[in-house]
Design a protein. Sequence first.
Lengths: 162, 782
Amino acid sequence: MAETRTVKLTVNGTPQEQEVEVRLTLADFLRHGLGLTGTHIGCEHGVCGACTVLVDGRSMRSCLMLAVQAEGSDITTVEGLAPSEGELHPLQEAFRDNHGLQCGYCTPGMLTTLTELLAENPDPSEDEVRAAISGNLCRCTGYQGIVDAALDAARRMREGTS
Amino acid sequence: MSAEAYRDSPKRLEDPELLRGRGRFIDDITLPGMLEAAFVRSPHAHAAVSGIDAEAARALPGVRAVLTRDDILPYLKSEFLVVGLPSGAYKQQRDRPALAGEEVVYVGEPVAVVIAEDRYIAEDAAQLVMVDYDILPAVADCRAALEDGAPPVHRDGADNLLAELDVGYGDVDAAFANAAHVFGDHIHMHRGGSHSIECRGAVASYDAAGDLMTLWVSSQMPHSTLRVLVDMLGRDENQMRVVTPDIGGGFGPKLVVYAEDVVLSVAAIKLGCAVKWIEDRREHFIATTQERDQYWDVEVAVDGDGRMLGIRGALVHEHGAYTARGINLPQNSAESLPGTYVLPNYRMNVKLALTNKVPVTPVRGAGHPQATFVIERLMDRIARELGLDRAEVRRRNQVPADAMPYERPLKTRGGLPVVLDSGDYGACQETVLERAGWADFPARQEAARKDGRYIGIGLANFMKGTGRGPFEAVTVRIGTSGRIHVYTGATSIGQGTKTMLAQIVAAELGGDLANVTVTTGDTAATALGIGTSNSRNAVTAGTSAHVAAGKVRDKALAIAASILDKPVEELEIVGAEVHAKDEPGRIANIKVTLAEIAHAVSGTPGYSLPGGIGAGLEATEHVILDSPTYANGAVVAEVEVDIETGGVAILNYVLAFDSGRVINAMTAAGQALGGTAHGIGNALFELMAYDENAQPLTTNLADYLLISAPEMPRVDVSFRESPTPLNPLGVKGVGENGVVPAPAAVISAIEDALSPFGLRLSKAPMSPPEILALIEAARAGS
């Protein structure tokens, strides 16, 4: 049996504690250990960005991080973005309104990455949005709907409307 | 809601769950007691297999089984995936085995599978499987494959010619003999992989109580998968079910039935449990089909005004090691070469060459980007040689709108005539020229050059046969809940197919999208389905949905008329109810719900059905649409080339297309944008590289480049709508419109930017080092 260790962390506001193999990636821990399958795996080598989650507010590739490295951290996944069961986050609303997703596979990583951007820069330019998602690959949209959604969400969040 | 209201572009039904992270993709499926698989794959492009020692792997704690060919053969009636589309042009039959036997013929070919308690253990064990390989000579280049003395891709092969066909019509040699000018070129176009962000994957589960094997698979064509499983496993249709969950992109290769699907099904039956396999990205590079190289030697004959008299030449198409789909790719290329133009005489010899690489099958565009690249390169060549504007040469050769329907003396792969059914090709070209500022460009280019900037502009027209038939199945059923359920063999791979079908059905049945559910790609829900490829869903499934929904509407109204004792003409469906129509000055308050109607015809023992038109509120349609309908369009791309680095930036990109009536403007534009990104990638970035021994060199997304947001320009997309007469909705496919013209337009623009160097470009993709080398060679030569 491979070496294991106990990991304690907070995911989407809920404290979690599990015994995990030390080699288990954070992505696999979230998906299979906690059943949070919204975080997707696209390449397992840190290029595609589909597995991006927020670790203490910073976007991280959960495929390049081990679960045990997340000890003590506060993690937000795509499941943690919407404020309630009945509402979407303004960024999620804007993705729907601007056709920012097609197959939806890269979407969780796009949403988490852009959540970080908008927290740091509430009024980004188009170029800044494109730079922010330069590490997230999408094969469906040509990025235009995603960029439009991010700019629209920024406007809604600045104006306090969604 | 009228058909005209489709373009209101309702928000997609698919989105809320996907945005919340509640999609259900293949790797999101977890079943009780489920095991996980890892495949042992050939590391060699060509080798004899003399033995497999799996003892160490089997001994690893957590490993439940290691299966080789010998272990799965008792479960197989046939060990080969026989999937080739029919054609008389085959010289060799090269079907894939489920697991390799005594020979492996490409890097990535599956040799064995490890089944373990989790994927980590399965991968550990896969490393412990010892396979004895005796390396054989490998063929990497499809042209070299056809040379005398080339080593055979398969040991038992006399040569590497998989198939050969001649496509054409007219008296080509006479046309050339009488031409004012003849221009020739050697053109190479490479396309890479599909690279959906979700790789492939499958979960097979065997339920002994019901003797049922269920395969969930990330596939564009679950019904094809079931048919192959029936053929290979010898089990009946009712003992197996194939289901597609949410699919994270397809782009072609997921239309193929793969050995992994078969092996996983056998493993589930043999072990009596559920087994999951999720392809990783490296496997996607080496084991999922691709669309690699075409080499064209072509000549065009023109008159003194630049009008084409004929084209002749030869195409060598790389096929890979096996036939995983057919010979349809080079057939598409050769058939669509004339593009949007009048071509009086044509002859193309097509050879398909086996190589020791993963099989070649369609990627989004399916041979059309290559054909478009060739014909548009020739158009630019004619313009250049005759000193004409590139747009003007195209105008002179364009099939005129008043010639529609325009029949070419060519046949589709199914033997049907090629008939361009509708459209105004010239109008699309004029639209993009105007929106891109084509007329002003020479002045802008001159000004830029004074500043030391090399900008260029390129133009490409395209047409694309879409909606390949013969049909797609759609059932529309109103349940006793009053909800409208749609079931189809079409699969939903990101295009918004569920929303599109819900729009079409709701237009006939009360107008409320929220009252419609759509189930795609489940062989238990749809008996006879085909699946998704070739921009076909809106045309084939859309038409069946439209007709089926109309029949259900008529039935619902007839039963309501019986229940309400009103004439049918006075009734209409609004939301989930049938109302008597309002009359002037009087609001009718007579109604019956769809739920009540469905109840009424669901049957009560001993009582007659109302309406006298049978049981159930449902209809199933397989509307036959044999002939493809041809979408078309035009693109202008404007680029800047950095002559010090060879880097290319796209400054402006304008696409106008005609896919007939547009069902949902938002998703139609989205399809065009995504295809454009893929096509720009094919022009500038995507290269699936191999060494001379057919070892793949680009097996991760750092070496193989997909276009990312900063390189992608904002695209100006517009539609023309020339409804096709071939189906009742007037729709043509849209999914491949973006990708087909992009490489031609971008390469044309680069050539234009570099016109001071007198270069001609005859290849895609063009990398910065290649561009730089051409510039340096031109400078050295001048």
